[in-house]
Design a protein around this ligand. Sequence first.
Ligand code: PLP
Length: 378
Amino acid sequence: MNRVYLSSPHMSGRELQLVQDAFATNWIAPLGPHVDAFEREFAAWVGMPHAAALSSGTAALHLAAMLLGVEAGDEVVCSSLTFSATANAITYCGAQPVFIDCDAVSWNMDPDLLEAELERCARAGKLPRAVLAVDLYGQCADYTRIVPICERFGVTLIEDAAEALGATCAGRPAGSYGRAAAFSFNGNKIITTSGGGMLVSSDEALIKRARFLATQARDPAPHYQHTAIGYNYRMSNVLAAIGRGQLTVLDERVAARRANFDAYAAALGELPGVEFMPEAPYGRCTRWLTCLTIDPVAFGATREDVRLALEAENIESRPIWKPMHLQPVFASCRAVGGAVSAQIFEHGLCLPSGSNLAVADRNRVIEIVGRCCGTVRT
Ligand SMILES: *Cc1c(COP(=O)(O)O)cnc(C)c1O
């Protein structure tokens, strides 16, 4: 049996022609017409005026934090339930992350905990430099609440929308709420360029500065003069060609991922102890990954039993992200709450969710998960 992956690349067929154009015109470099066009087309898609194509989502987060003033000695409040790249970007700037727990309705940053933390910081006379909110597993954080809270305290909001391209909150796209937002085109994201990222903002100067820093901060002089420390963070024109092809099918990819979720939920949702990640009432989730939690007492098997049963059939599934407040590397950082994400981590699993997942394979996943129910160990 071929391996069934959690989330594998899914080309539309249009990418190769665009890549061939990059070859034909010999733009095999981290600049060129496909980079410019991908930025324009992507910005239009997320409804933001400006975008910079970069080598990764992590690079986009790093530049966003740096350009919005995060520096050594600062604190940046961020979601605990996320991939490490979110918190790493804060530390690249020499700042300290402060981890906020998620809520149970969205698995994203709990707005009540955020508000309480900013109130506490304001009383203590030291507000964080920024709030870095994550849109987890294809679902936006609740910006209808987070935006006004940040405004009330005058704290800059940055959005890590790496997992949520195509999602909406109150009808507006993921990535349109922060002063800047980062997206990822890593191989397992909803669209991919094999590796890549995008920084979007309504601030044209910020995006121009991001492009400058991402290309080694070369001052306008023929002799390579530098007045700032630069980075090699720009996206290749070849990869931008892939991204343009991918963007044309983003709507279809969202529909396919949501169809996976609907099939899993219909087949497994009634099993005792099984709960799927809720779709929060304020927005539309892409269901980038179908996530569920398994209560071992009610279900009669643990999350790990299910994962190993799938693995035995050469099917990849994955525990929910281990929260940052439980990571050894961030043990010295402050955390606000943490029990909700710890519980989701302990019992949570991501099922194969690719937009190219075969129905027969999805049915095998359903059959194996169902078979685990009630196989309690003594
Ligand atoms: C994938 C991901 C990133 C990093 O993106 P890369 O392109 O892999 O650098 C950042 N944040 C979150 C939440 C992610 O899932």
